[in-house]
Design a protein around this ligand. Structure first.
Ligand code: HEC
Length: 156
């Protein structure tokens, strides 16, 4: 109030500045917004799909076939024969440590007589030189299917 009376010039300048500064800010803002938008946020030719694409996909790592293969491996249920080859053949093909050989009916005769449940049990816990489940990580159902396969291949 003191300045109002004693310094009219300063007041005028103050009023002019007060009116102009928002205008200057607006003009600057307008100039900034009309400048070119930086490349990173450009909407130019990129499609949205390209812009939100993951940096790395399974496809990049494995290729389309590899990905398919992995899916089918996960979904695949191994046949008893494949299971046999994977964990039992090592001993039961050649009769290692007196393992009853695949196809040797005489060697399987007395064992087959025990019945599938007893054979499953001894295979799960291990017997003689055979470690539990033949050293495999097969499920009980898988072990059972292999024993059935081995018995069938041996004539039972
Ligand atoms: C390290 C060698 C070895 C591997 C691997 C092995 N076996 Fe054996 N298996 C033996 C031997 C040795 C015997 C005979 C054990 C005995 O009667 O003393 C035997 C016996 C058996 C018997 C008869 C059991 C009984 O009660 O008479 C079955 C069934 C059998 N194996 C199934 C399997 C299956 C299924 C696998 C694969 C998951 C497997 N074995 C892997 C060595 C092996």
């Amino acid at each position: 109030m003191f300045a109002l009376k004693n310094n009219g010039l300063s007041l005028n300048i103050a009023i002019v500045l007060a009116v102009l500064s928002p205008a200057v800010v607006l003009i600057q803002a307008f100039m900034l917004s009309s400048q070119q938008v930086p490349a990173a946020v450009s909407t130019g030719n990129d499609t949205v799909a390209e812009r939100i694409r993951p940096v790395v996909t399974l496809d990049d790592i494995l290729g389309p076939e590899g990905e398919q293969q992995m899916v089918s491996t996960v979904a695949e249920v191994k046949t008893p024969e494949a299971l046999y080859q994977g964990a039992c053949l090592a001993c039961h093909a050649a009769g290692v440590a007196n393992a009853p050989k695949l196809g040797d009916k005489a060697a399987w005769e007395s064992r087959a007589a025990l019945g599938i449940d007893a054979l499953l049990q001894s295979s799960i816990t291990g017997k003689g030189a055979m470690p539990p489940k033949g050293g495999s990580a097969y499920s009980d159902e898988e072990i059972r299917s292999v024993i059935e396969y081995m018995l069938a291949e041996s004539g039972f």
